[in-house]
Design a protein around this ligand. Structure first.
Ligand SMILES: Cc1cc2nc3c(=O)[nH]c(=O)nc-3n(C[C@H](O)[C@H](O)[C@H](O)COP(=O)(O)OP(=O)(O)OC[C@H]3O[C@@H](n4cnc5c(N)ncnc54)[C@H](O)[C@@H]3O)c2cc1C
Length: 236
């Protein structure tokens, strides 16, 4: 599993003095009712024009001109421009653990040491795409209801025939899932590998599902729990 990072669209705030970024989170009720993954959606306000590289000064000048003239809608075709007071809507969304589409297997190819290489299968399921679209629509509604401004969602949120670009968050999880039974996972409830008496795994690899939050704090909590468990069994 990975956390899905999809740009949902852009927004314009009515009051340009607003400086704060927002995040909205899925509620357990929404997740259950719509059968979608968990996640959070961030509204990041553009405060100043950003430009990088050797031609930064020229680009910043041109962008300033475009924003001042209110031409950003038209120039977007050539290069995306966000003016102060506008913002980008980003996501960190749960991907469903799908056994058929997402798994790590041993390939027939071997490495320098003669060991079989890992083969990673990673795909988006229909439920993952549905999660992106449902969460996008709900977040847009929440933003509009707040009266803060206007939202423009990307075409791939509103239409099924437009390709949806999905980026990662570098949060790979679930390679050695925790489960009650070895048929469903790699480690038991104490992070011990099924079938091996003294091999334990600490890390986001044991997550049974990825959730919609950053992984590192929960994996540290699980690791501390494992340390307590190991101390108990070593003493016994
Ligand atoms: C750019 C970036 C930004 C991130 N930002 C955030 C963030 O803001 N918040 C957040 O919560 N998370 C963030 N993460 C994710 C976070 O770094 C990971 O979730 C976390 O490091 C996972 O910890 P882990 O111990 O499970 O795995 P890892 O940190 O990947 O540790 C696995 C270890 O196993 C070792 N290893 C692998 N194979 C072998 C082998 N065969 N033999 C021996 N050793 C081996 C590796 O060298 C590595 O040291 C970010 C990740 C990246 C890349």
């Amino acid at each position: 599993m990975e956390h899905l990072n999809v740009e949902l669209g852009e927004f314009v705030v009515k009051d340009q003095e607003i400086e704060q970024d927002w995040s909205v989170f899925t509620t357990p009720r929404l997740v259950k009712e719509k059968d979608v993954g968990r996640g959070n959606v961030s509204f990041g306000v553009v405060r100043q024009l950003k430009s990088y590289g050797r031609t930064a000064k020229v680009k910043t000048f041109l962008k300033g001109l475009v924003c001042d003239l209110g031409l950003d809608d038209k120039i977007e075709l050539i290069t995306r421009i966000n003016c102060p007071g506008e913002g980008v809507i980003g996501t960190l969304l749960e991907q469903f653990p799908e056994r058929s589409g997402n798994r790590i297997e041993l390939s027939d190819e071997t490495d320098y040491f003669g060991l079989r290489r890992a083969k990673l299968n990673w795909q988006l399921s229909e439920r993952d795409i549905k999660t992106v679209k449902v969460v996008a629509m709900e977040a847009a509604k929440a933003f509009a209801d707040s009266g803060l401004g206007f939202v423009k969602l990307r075409d791939y949120i509103l239409r099924d025939d437009v390709f949806m670009p999905v980026s990662p968050h570098a949060h790979h999880m679930g390679g050695t899932r925790m489960a009650a039974d070895k048929a469903d996972g790699v480690v038991d409830e104490n992070c011990k590998v099924f079938g091996v008496s003294n091999l334990f795994i600490a890390g986001s690899s044991v997550f049974a599902t990825g959730g919609g939050g950053n992984p590192t704090m929960p994996l540290i909590q699980l690791t501390l729990r494992l340390a307590d468990h190991l101390r108990r069994i070593v003493k016994a």
